[in-house]
Design a protein around this ligand. Sequence first.
Ligand SMILES: [Zn+2]
Length: 375
Amino acid sequence: MAMTGTSPSRTAALKPGVVTGDDYRALVAACQDGGYALPAVNVIGTHSLNAVLESAARNRSDVIIQLSNGGARFFAGEGLKDAMQARILGAVSAAQHVHLVAAHYGVCVVLHTDHANRPLIPWVEGLVGHSEEHFRRTGRPLFSSHMLDLSEEPLDANLDECARILTRMAPLGMSLEIELGVTGGEEDGIGSEDLESADNAHLYTQPEDVLRAHERLSPIGHFSVAASFGNVHGVYAPGNVKLRPEILKASQELVAQRHGGGDTPVPLATDKPLSLVFHGGSGSDKDKIAEAVRYGVFKMNIDTDTQFAFAEAVGRFVMDNPKAFRHQIDPDSGKPYKKLYDPRKWVREGELGIAKRLDEAFADLGSAGRSLAGA
Ligand SMILES: [Zn+2]
């Protein structure tokens, strides 16, 4: 089913498990109407993935699970030689795991992939191919959405390619996340020195560009925008990041003003015509997060903070039990350490660290207790 035309029902319960197509749109609309957002958590293996599901379930929140290209490659295994094949297989493997277990956690899960620049388009297209095959068998795509990040290219080149890929995805009920403006920080190779000049225009998305994207893509299918409003990937010392969520508000207002009267192929039902995404959410001020959500952000990416939560918990366990990580049997007392070096013990500590950090994210984003999943 293509995601065009009438607005989906906003209150109906959804089936727990992976949501795609009209159900995905209903979930995005519920977030925007309800003034909350979902954390989008990067996973690299079943341990981090299960921790996300565990925390979502106990917080009664829906959640977005995503893979970067590197995370997908890691998921398939570092031993695989062909990197592009590993990126595709790892993402498919993660998606199949989620399809198998997510419903049993009783919440709705969006399956997504993170940044893909031009060299990574074959990764996205390879995954769309898997969704096409899944669609032929089940009537639904494997993934809910993918991201294409061509923000370093001229606007028209960016939108041309996004339109081409979305044209292939929309008939499957898939959504496309695009990026306009450049999110700072390590992930995109922009050094922290750029943060010194927060007026640097390329770090801020121009509302006129968002309007162009809306006019080009909304007739094709559902899309979302990762807008840059001073956000950065990674965590930096306080004071280095100047978030300006008012840029998001200006973009919503411009699009609503030009296309709010039903003159577009897809009439707008709300004052938030754009589905907005917040990258670089780790370490952000809570009041700025709340403001961004008020302006229609439905998804906030979290990676750095959950990486640290995992590492910190494992690190603490190792430091508390140093002998168990050097000897199978205590050289002095003869005591066996199997119960401590068993990976199910210390990897579990890491999982609990991730889940605990996400408890905070579900609260900050206002999604706790609001899962759309019915019985
Ligand atoms: Zn990002």
